[in-house]
Write a protein that binds this ligand. Structure first.
Ligand code: DX5
Ligand code: ZN
Length: 221
């Protein structure tokens, strides 16, 4: 199985983002957290900055939209050239229609679930998405502790993906460290977002340590 490590630039130095991208060039995708002060109580960056990041990043961008009304705002990120655009199930009016629009524009379409959002309503819709993001903290801030209570959702997703023979990436985001990544990998995640654990140290080394730990505990083994 393929393991993907996506550093979250929320933990990077926002005054030196081009330099920070250079520190994570061995990662698979760079995770960009877009927050609007409405869906979550925090504000980060939006389309103009993402457009510039797309020009300087050495790796594809994985956009995580923590915003209200993604039906209105998400397609522009796909049009700008984002490799992957993930919006929240709790915020979307018509998740399937939005995912189809994102795919038609040419990006991968992801749907994100907050820790308290059940996954069951989405299990029969998995072919409409390229990625499901199971939030392992409440969205809004980096540096929080991993919520193991979310792991049963990953197991349900992994079983459904296998039964249907799909290739949907199963992503976790929040509190991922060398310790917690093992639980998420064992539950079925294959795409791991890590912010503070990558940037608060030696990013290249930490990316490889996370990758090794995930592969050691992978569900597929
Ligand atoms: C939180 C964001 C995460 C955040 C993770 O709402 O979606 O991507 O950057 O940060 P860490 O890895 O520090 O928990
Ligand atoms: Zn995120």
């Amino acid at each position: 199985m393929v393991t993907r490590i996506n550093p979250s630039i929320l933990a990077a130095d926002f005054a030196n983002l081009e330099r920070e991208f250079g520190r994570i060039s061995t990662a698979d995708l760079a995770h960009v957290d877009v927050m609007d002060n409405h869906f979550v109580p925090n504000l980060t960056l939006g389309l103009p900055i993402v457009e510039r990041l797309l020009q300087v990043s050495p790796i594809p961008l994985d956009i995580h939209l923590m915003i209200e009304d993604p039906d209105r705002w998400a397609p522009a990120y796909a049009e700008a050239g984002a490799y992957s655009v993930t919006f929240h199930a709790e915020a979307a009016t018509d998740a399937v229609a939005l995912a189809r629009r994102l795919r038609a524009i040419g990006s991968r379409a992801g749907i994100a679930l907050k820790p308290g959002t059940p996954v069951e309503p989405y299990l029969d819709l998995l072919d409409e998405f390229d990625q499901v993001l199971v939030m392992t903290v409440e969205p809004g801030f980096g540096g929080q502790s991993f919520l193991a209570s979310t792991m049963p959702k990953l197991s349900l997703l992994a079983d459904a993906v296998r039964e249907k023979g799909l290739d949907v990436w199963l992503q976790v985001d929040g509190g991922i460290t060398e310790d917690t990544i093992a639980q998420a990998a064992a539950a079925g995640a294959n795409t791991f977002v890590a912010g503070s654990s990558v940037f608060n140290g030696d990013p290249a080394g930490q990316i490889e340590r996370l990758r090794s730990a995930a592969e050691l505990h992978s569900h597929a083994h």
